[in-house]
Write a protein that binds this ligand. Structure first.
Ligand SMILES: CCCCCCCC(=O)SCCNC(=O)CCNC(=O)[C@H](O)C(C)(C)COP(=O)(O)OP(=O)(O)OC[C@H]1O[C@@H](n2cnc3c(N)ncnc32)[C@H](O)[C@@H]1OP(=O)(O)O
Length: 189
């Protein structure tokens, strides 16, 4: 029992009526985010809305992302999957965090690879959001390198306010840009 199988009574995910249209870039949810933000040591991952409750994302493996010589670090690849899965929040307009992430590393990913990721919500049960993701090498139809299943748990904005370091929380809350404020906490604006 991994906790990743939707229980009886789970329902289909619902795409929010204000979700970005399929193909539209989602942009960074927070500019300090390691996954999608403006970070020189981050992933620089960019996601786009897909059909239904799905997203696609691209990420180029850089020299700073190595584990073994010339190959991406597994933790970095898991972070790319996590970030892609996390961006599903914006299509549902929920605030949710990763509770469980199970990753299959199917083949090695060399430095310089453009990794094409896609993620979707498969089912929802109460606060539990069941998702899956995959990563392919070189193109959206390229060889499968990664597979993941995940459980995201819906939380209230207090999750961040009570647990995040005060200086970053205060700075994010003080941002006069309401969309940026909403995106930082993935709150329905
Ligand atoms: C804003 C968007 C950012 C996106 C960035 C990318 C996504 C991320 O990386 S988020 C950061 C990484 N994740 C975290 O830091 C989360 C840390 N964990 C927590 O804060 C808590 O454990 C949290 C919120 C997940 C769950 O705690 P809590 O709210 O008390 O819920 P809890 O009552 O324990 O669990 C709720 C349900 O989920 C289930 N559940 C919780 N965790 C897990 C787990 N790891 N595996 C399986 N099931 C779980 C529980 O069994 C329970 O199920 P049921 O309702 O059937 O009884």
């Amino acid at each position: 029992m991994t906790g990743l199988t939707p229980p009886e009574g789970a329902t289909e995910p619902v795409r929010h009526p204000d979700a970005p249209a399929p193909g539209e870039p989602l942009g960074a949810h927070y500019d300090q985010c390691f996954g999608c933000g403006d970070q020189s040591r981050g992933l620089g991952l960019s996601a786009r809305a897909g059909e239904g409750v799905s997203v696609t994302a691209d990420f180029t493996v850089g020299a700073g992302h190595q584990g073994a010589p010339g190959l991406a670090h597994g933790g970095v690849l898991a972070a790319a999957l996590d970030e892609t899965l996390g961006s599903l929040n914006w299509l549902q307009r929920v605030i949710a965090v990763t509770g469980r992430l199970e990753t299959d590393f199917v083949r090695p990913v060399p430095v310089g690879t453009e990794l094409h990721l896609e993620a979707r919500v498969t089912a929802v049960h109460g606060r539990k959001i069941y998702c899956s993701a995959a990563g392919r090498i070189g193109s959206p139809d390229g060889p499968l390198a990664l597979r993941a299943q995940a459980l995201f748990i819906e939380v209230r904005v207090d999750h961040f306010i009570e647990n995040g370091r005060a200086e970053e929380i205060d700075a994010a809350l003080a941002d006069p840009d309401q969309v940026k404020l909403a995106r930082a906490f993935e709150v329905n604006p």
